[in-house]
Design a protein around this ligand. Sequence first.
Ligand code: FAD
Length: 501
Amino acid sequence: MADIEEKTFRIVIVGGGIAGVTCVEQLLSQIPSADVALITAGPHIKAVTNYKQVSKTLEEFDVEEQPSSVLEEKFPNLTVIHSAVKSLHTQSHTLETVDGRIFGYEKLCICSGGRPKLLTLDNPYVLGIRDTDSAQEFQKRLSKAKRIVVVGNGGIALELVFEVEGCEVIWAVKDKAIGNTFFDPGAAQFLIPSLEADKPERAAPCKRTRYTTEEPAPGGSQTFTADKNARGHGSGHTEAGSALGPDWHEGIVLRGAEQVSRRVSLEYQCEVEKIFTSEELLKSPQQTLRPENGGSWPVHIQLTNGKTFGCDFVVSATGVVPNTEPFLHGNKFALADDDGLQVDDHMMTSEPDVYAAGDVCTACWEHSPLWQQMRLWTQARQMGWYAGRCMAAHVLSEPIELDFCFELFSHITKFFNYKVVLLGKFNGQGLGPDHELLVRCTKGQEYVKVVLSGGRMVGAVLIGETDLEETFENLILNQMDLTPYKEELLNPNIDIEDYFD
Ligand code: FAD
């Protein structure tokens, strides 16, 4: 390489998101004298604040955008470099940034996150939401919009659809129910009334040991509106900022140009066939591209259920792609099926001295039967923290074992204003038909689902203020045979905490 190496650090971390920052903090708290550099593309870093361990595995925290000087003041041996990494040369242990600087490392941790999987690139009418800039762009466009189409069924789509007011939302999901990433159809049915009304009605608790829900027909639709008068329709951003996280929509008004408070139409079991402009629409044979609701719109979206909708713009909320590109060329990283950098139980990639954590990596060790990777805040924090511990242990030649946080999947969040706790194989992931579900549901108040396998609890979904998380977490962790207690487990008249004390 003709370029001159600027500086070699003992440890370099790439990415100022939750994973990278937590990794830096952990490393420097264990080895304060280490010469560490954090290279990040964005102007700010993300810091975890108000961290609270709720139970053995559940954790809650806030995330704050902070100037990087806060981190440098805390750790005098840290150098923060604001530039994007352009290339990595694992053989020479060097990195090159877009502004032409070269940095050497002894150990490297890649925490470059992910970017939205966009439906199409270079279409000005298709937006992805990932960071503060893209959220602001969305807000600006929404303020003039009368109708948008949201494509996707993960957490971002769920929150968006619930928060947007003053604009008709057509929500296209590829599954039979909303929120498929987090819920089963039963939980989805529980949440759907929240799209209809601001205050859900209350009803007496009902206990069901078998669960069935009415599913919409393939390609079927449902419309919900919080504006009773409007009721009755039956049927690229590529700059690399940090991902937004919980409550990303708080503090920004998500209001469109119309008076209606909320109006959501759902299109189930469909994907995007084609996105085209009004000129293309005019040129096409009427029968194939006839818009459902008429009107003149700048962009049209044709779904695989045969329907075509005109709208002001399309929001692509179909997941993230790990940000690996700058690191791949010339190196031999093993990639997982989801294109993440494969990491082992020490957060090490297949390249020597290179670790990875957060959204950019895929956990490829043999998972605990109760854990799975999901690209979430909590896991970005846990992986960053654990990667920092592993790097420190390797530098100090100390042994280290996989952390307890990877024993049981656990996540607390909020959807449609309900507290949501997910534990273990909450959706029966990977269990095949050999599992049993117990469900208790009180409309507008709580939804409790327990997944049993061989009589033992392996997962749970708790929506609402159920106060069951700690007891269920213990029951999952201790794998007690619950066969004799099945009837009592979800009985609302039994204090289950006392029962298993
Ligand atoms: P990121 O936070 O994406 O950080 C990556 C960092 O790497 C950034 O600082 C970026 O500038 C830097 N970078 C990237 N490329 C380069 C490069 N080439 N050179 C140098 N630096 C680079 N999770 C939840 O748990 N709950 C939620 O409610 C939730 N809501 C979300 C809502 C939205 C809109 C989005 C987009 C995500 C949401 N997530 C949520 C997911 C969560 O935000 C991510 O899982 C988490 O932020 C991942 O952290 P990370 O540190 O791995 O990556």
